[in-house]
Design a protein around this ligand. Structure first.
Ligand SMILES: Nc1ncnc2c1ncn2[C@@H]1O[C@H](COP(=O)(O)OP(=O)(O)OP(=O)(O)O)[C@@H](O)[C@H]1O
Ligand SMILES: [Mg+2]
Length: 135
């Protein structure tokens, strides 16, 4: 069983537009994956399915054995962090490290907060959040 599993997942927006069409994808713990594609291909929609900002219209999203359909967004967000494309949508602190560490600190996971900080490229760790787009 992979840490993240998308099983034949489709997602349609309320107006009916089908943004994700029968996607199957497995991601192992510790694996770095880039999801690339042209504008409007469905990248953001796919990633929002991973932390239950969206729920599949068809198929299943399984995170560490949890089917997102059985959990709230808050519950799934304890497993899957998300940094928004537009920094104006999510700014809690002024430096990249503090911003990335905010979620784990709120969950009283200081080691995870430190680990999150280590994932920031050293050159950018203490940079201002407004420079985050360059990471
Ligand atoms: N709230 C919405 N309601 C209806 N359609 C939407 C909504 N959000 C996105 N879409 C449509 O779903 C498709 C996928 O959008 P998405 O934002 O996932 O693409 P993307 O690959 O992240 O694009 P970009 O490279 O521009 O970030 C697009 O055609 C978009 O117009
Ligand atoms: Mg996008």
């Amino acid at each position: 069983m992979s840490y993240i599993e998308l099983k034949d997942v489709s997602f349609a927006y309320p107006g009916g537009f089908l943004a994700v069409d029968h996607l199957t994808l497995n991601i192992e713990k510790g694996e770095n994956v880039a999801i690339v594609g042209q504008n409007g291909a469905g990248k953001t929609t796919t990633v929002k399915l991973l932390n239950a900002l969206h729920y599949p219209t068809e198929g299943d999203v399984i995170i560490d054995g949890m089917n997102t359909k059985d959990y709230t967004t808050a519950q799934v967000s304890r497993k899957v962090g998300y940094v928004f494309q537009n920094p104006d949508d999510q700014i809690f602190h002024s430096t990249v490290y503090e911003e990335v560490a905010f979620g784990p600190k709120m969950m009283k996971l200081p080691e995870a907060a430190e680990e999150a900080g280590q994932l920031c490229p050293a050159d950018h760790r203490h940079g201002q959040v407004c420079q985050r787009k360059s990471l």
